[in-house]
Design a protein around this ligand. Sequence first.
Ligand code: CA
Ligand code: CA
Length: 249
Amino acid sequence: MNLKTFTALFFGLISCSILLAQKPTFEDFTIQGSTYLTEQDCFRLTEDVDYASGSIWYKKPIDLMQPFMIELSIMAGCNDSLGADGMVFIFSPQTNRLGYVGEGIGFSGLRPSVGIEIDTWRNYHLNDPAEDHIAIMANGRVGHYNDLAGPNAITNVEDCINHSLVILWQPNIQKLSVQIDSREVIAAQHDLVNGIFGGNPIVYWGVTAATGRKSNIHEVCFDRMSQNILVPEYPEDLGSPSPVWKGER
Ligand SMILES: [Ca+2]
Ligand SMILES: [Ca+2]
């Protein structure tokens, strides 16, 4: 199923709602660590250097009581065999956070949090699979012992190519799912609001990346980014009609 078909199906399943679309710009983010803006409209979170880490955080929080879809374009480096460490998409009630470098991928130590880890370096003591892998993890724990889902092996992502990363949240069935290049690669069914965030549904989202003794370039390209929030039709607090972005890339 391609992305457009999936998207049409996803939104078609949720009746009596309208799509509020926001196409983020550079100004919508705060950056930390080694992150900078490239001439190609990408955030470069790390260079191909040892022990670097960087993050971006979207300035406005989102509500986990509402369904949404966030689409990013990521590049996890050009060095497959010796590249490291990867990237993590994170939800957190606190913004502008950056955890430990190296195997921590900028996620380790952040609590409370939910992280979607794209890990490109095998750390045996963290129970990492040999392949590049994805996992949905809680509270900054990067060892694969209490994952919400995964780890699942994925096709090598250290190929110098931008890959589409889509995050879907469906609160009615408490399902968090992830697509890479229009294919679902992992999903978790979990009560994130109560199970992770102590009943607080308002969280920020960000992306971290880190290198250690091995390294890679890590980038997020915001020109190919979208954030779609579904809200009930004609909500009182919306006022005048909002522009609808159709989700074209
Ligand atoms: Ca690892
Ligand atoms: Ca790889």
